[in-house]
Design a protein. Structure first.
Length: 417
């Protein structure tokens, strides 16, 4: 018997987008609608592909609803499948655990939500498919719940639904931790996982899959997003194909501007790169973090006024498309080096002076305190993005501050430090 199903996870419906400001409200609106648009696209694909069923492995919601509109939207879309005779199987994850959602909307008749007390098995007898799963009762599940999952049904195609960090994935909190060996010990044919927002096929024997989240919500969730289309023939997975469903895209581009001698040349290179990034996003609304790198004579001009650079890059983006937003410009360029190996500076090398300061414990402590003070003063939306990026963003900000200080010192701006 041959059939197909679609596996999705981590919808996070109505989750706020991070890193967007009010400077371009039309883009903010497009990104704000993207999660719902991606879910509509998911339902469209299930219908168009004539899938036998849909699996959603947790985190339909981002947390408790502000009102009933979120739940009504979700139920209304699943009703499209129910009317077509296509069942949906879902579990609750850490964001939409039973304890997190205070409001309820009755789901359509062919939507099956796994319980929270223990793992259970639901059957599709005509396909000889047994689905095993368990929802989160509370936000925090620190136990290995896989060990209590039911045994595989012999002669059936067995699917496990689990919201988990598996054996630990960078950047994700530990929920329902387990190992690949734990999953294999159940002898299921396909593990439909959720929680990790980067798509990953962990194993093909058996298939263990994170489809990733349906729609990126910030720059750390860059690239194409969607679900997995799984084809089964005679009890064996024959293919698992990504379905790209996101309606807005986040990206982080690193660009070498080493050949540029001044700001206009840098901007010409940037504008060309922006056109390629927008084309790669297939004309979706795009929020882009741009890191400029390379040795360039334009370094000091770029570093001396970061606000001007950000404004010029956004202006270049506006020339390319009204659907392109520059989330941040990071400066990682360097000034050209002279024959002796040092930077082309005057009588004293500020780089060496600054390097000496950075090695002192008191300087590092003062720098860390200053960073904490700056973070505390940031608007909540921006602070959450910076904190979410962790050490990488802080390091980039420190590097940029160093570049600004050195550029101003080289040009006589003694108040830079």
């Amino acid at each position: 018997m041959r059939f197909r199903f679609v596996h999705a996870a981590d919808l996070h419906l109505d989750s706020p987008m991070q890193g967007l400001t009010a400077r371009q409200p039309h883009l903010a609106a497009l990104f704000g609608e993207a999660a719902r648009g991606a879910f509509v696209a998911l339902i469209d694909e299930v219908l168009a592909r004539e899938a036998s069923f849909l699996i959603i492995s947790g985190d339909v919601y981002d947390g408790d609803w502000r009102d009933y509109h979120t739940g009504l939207f979700f139920a209304g879309q699943l009703a499209r499948l129910s009317r077509a005779g296509i069942p949906t199987f879902l579990i609750q994850g850490n964001h939409d655990a039973e304890s997190q959602i205070s409001r309820k909307v009755t789901l359509p008749p062919l939507v099956h939500l796994f319980g929270t007390r223990k793992a259970e098995t639901l059957e599709l007898a005509d396909l000889k498919v047994a689905l095993h799963g368990r929802s989160f009762a509370d936000r925090s599940v620190s136990d290995n719940i896989v060990r209590a999952y039911p045994a595989a049904r012999e002669g059936w195609f067995n699917i496990g639904l689990l919201h988990t960090s598996l054996d630990g994935r960078a950047g994700h909190a530990s929920y329902a931790p387990c190992t690949l060996a734990d999953l294999r010990a159940k002898y299921y044919d396909y593990w439909a996982l959720g929680h990790i927002h980067a798509a990953e096929t962990v194993s093909r024997d058996p298939y263990v899959v994170f489809p990733g989240n349906l729609q990126g919500r910030h720059v750390r969730e860059a690239g194409a997003k969607g679900a997995m289309l799984v084809e089964v023939d005679n009890g064996t997975v024959v293919s698992a194909t990504p379905l790209v469903l996101d309606k807005a895209r986040w990206a982080h581009a690193r660009m070498d501007v080493g050949g540029a001698t001044d700001l206009p040349e840098v901007l010409a290179l940037v504008e060309s790169a922006l056109r390629m990034e927008l084309a790669a996003a297939e004309e979706r609304p795009l929020a882009l973090r741009l890191t400029l790198q390379g040795e360039t004579q334009a370094h000091d001009a770029l570093a001396a006024d970061s606000q001007h650079l950000q404004a010029e890059v956004q202006a270049a983006a506006d020339r390319v498309s009204d659907r392109l937003y520059i989330e941040r410009v990071e400066l990682a360029t360097l000034p050209p080096r002279v024959a002796g190996g040092g930077e082309a500076v005057g009588f004293a090398d500020p780089q060496e002076l600054l390097a000496g300061l950075e090695g002192e414990v008191e300087f590092s402590q003062h720098l860390n305190a200053l960073i904490e003070e700056i973070l505390a003063r940031l608007p909540d939306e921006i602070r959450q993005v910076v904190i979410g990026d962790g050490e990488e963003t802080v390091a980039a900000l420190v590097t940029e501050a160093r570049s600004v200080a050195l550029a101003r010192l080289r040009h006589g701006g003694g108040d830079a430090v």
